[in-house]
Design a protein. Structure first.
Length: 183
């Protein structure tokens, strides 16, 4: 159902402007900072990760990725002029960047937030619909990320599916345009 929703919405997301995408990234940035304490607690509950490590390896990583992406996104989206072959003399050639469409991001347990949200930042910047599948070994972090994603995005644009390897196996049967896996 969610895959079909995203499929029907992918052109609208692809047509979004740099300003639209930056607004989404800004909302994610603010949410990560607003939920910092809850993210720290979730990672402590999952595998006793110290709050200072969460700040450095998870929170700071995400917020710095967002800041970097935000500052470069408009330039990245512009068509890039390239040399034109002699056979087409008199015309101009450009590289025009296009979204992939629907992206599946499967992330591991060891840095669950940054290795889920990090690739998602790039996928948002590129104008894709996104399906997230975090590790089943970090249920508290997964629930916290689901809470954030549900608050920020309509599932026709970004959705998070919790579950075990069987869920991943079923997701991999769907015809995603791009799959990002860290494991």
């Amino acid at each position: 159902r969610i895959f079909a929703l995203q499929k029907n919405n992918q052109q609208k997301v692809a047509d979004s402007t740099a300003r639209d995408r930056i607004k989404k990234l800004d909302r994610l940035h603010d949410a990560v900072l607003n939920y910092r304490t809850e993210i720290q607690q979730a990672l402590y509950n999952d595998f006793r990760k110290h709050p200072s490590e969460v700040d450095i390896a998870e929170i700071y990583k995400i917020t710095s990725d967002i800041k970097h992406t935000r500052s470069h996104l408009a330039k990245w989206m512009r068509p890039r002029k390239v040399g034109t072959p002699m056979a087409q003399m008199g015309s101009s050639s450009y590289i025009h960047y296009e979204p992939k469409g629907q992206v599946l991001i499967i992330s591991p347990w060891n840095f669950p937030v940054s290795l889920t949200f990090g690739p998602m930042i790039s996928a948002i910047a590129a104008g894709n619909c996104i399906f997230l599948k975090p590790s089943e070994y970090t249920p508290h972090a997964s629930a916290m990320m689901k809470k954030i994603i549900t608050e920020l995005f309509d599932e026709s644009e970004v959705a998070l599916m919790e579950g075990d390897v069987e869920v991943s196996t079923e997701l991999l049967k769907l015809p995603f345009n791009h799959i990002f896996f860290t494991g």
